[in-house]
Write a protein that binds this ligand. Sequence first.
Ligand SMILES: Cc1cc2nc3c(=O)[nH]c(=O)nc-3n(C[C@H](O)[C@H](O)[C@H](O)COP(=O)(O)OP(=O)(O)OC[C@H]3O[C@@H](n4cnc5c(N)ncnc54)[C@H](O)[C@@H]3O)c2cc1C
Length: 309
Amino acid sequence: MIVAILGAGPAGMSCANACLSFGLSPVVIERTAHLGGAQRSNFHPNLWLLGFPGESGEAMTQRLAEHYRALPVTTYYTTQVNQVSRNATEFSLILSGLDAPLAAAAIVLATGTRPRATPELERLAETCPRILIGPLSHAIRDHIRNARVLILGGGDNALDHALFLAELGNQAWVCTRGALSARKPFIEDCQLREEIELRANCPQPRLGCAVDHVVATWPGHQSRFDWVLVMYGYLPNTDVLDAFDPAIRPALTGTGYLHVDAWQRSSVARVYAAGDVTDSPQPSVPTAMAQGLTAARAAERDLAGGGAI
Ligand SMILES: Cc1cc2nc3c(=O)[nH]c(=O)nc-3n(C[C@H](O)[C@H](O)[C@H](O)COP(=O)(O)OP(=O)(O)OC[C@H]3O[C@@H](n4cnc5c(N)ncnc54)[C@H](O)[C@@H]3O)c2cc1C
């Protein structure tokens, strides 16, 4: 029986691997051209995955991808899910680039999250190469040296990047609208570095973009920065639910993540969700992989009886 898995990050790849063990046939649909999801460009070591000390997210992704590619899993890359409907026994998925609909007995949503920004910042970043949205891009690692960097946001990612940039000889100004929400060790480490200035209750500045710098304007104050990093957290990738017929659209939590039970079952029979697209208490690679495995087990159990949905 075919299980359609949306997303080829750690949750989706793990789910596909587990489906094979449970005698199910996984078909993975990935909207980019790549395996690996959020960890593809993480150059930091993964501290949460026991057994691979010092291994970066990039290296881990290569290791997972190598294993995954050797599995008998059909994977459609750069593919969009355009429509999902259901009859008495199966789901039908209309995918971009495929002539015939894909029939599946179950669906697993493993679409992860994306960096959050205001619509105004998203528009600006499209034309301004000095404004970067989200963490850990190679541009941050490879190009930011001896620079003045404005970091918008006050969570762990914002402060982690301030520390990382200070190590590389940059000056970092952290500006967050309310109180700093990062964990205490990040705040304390930043307070010890003279290259880092932490500004809580700092209004979002108006940004003016030039080729090699950005001018930030606050009421009564203006400052020039070489780079601006936007670290406003994450949003779940639930836009794919627009393609689902309303009768089979799974319920969301109050914060917009997919609502699941301990078996990764959504509110719709035979639709499951795994990884960061669910409101996981500790989003991480091991969590996502375990949830992918659990979703496969739940599908195997639910499908064992066969019959109508
Ligand atoms: C900066 C940062 C640092 C982190 N550091 C660590 C760490 O050190 N250790 C750790 O364990 N974890 C870390 N994490 C968390 C970890 O990356 C995530 O928990 C993990 O990647 C979640 O896996 P996932 O498969 O749920 O989602 P993702 O990795 O986000 O993968 C989702 C996949 O779904 C695809 N997709 C999205 N929408 C669609 C769609 N509509 N149709 C088809 N495909 C779609 C995406 O392209 C992507 O390939 C970090 C995350 C970030 C952002």
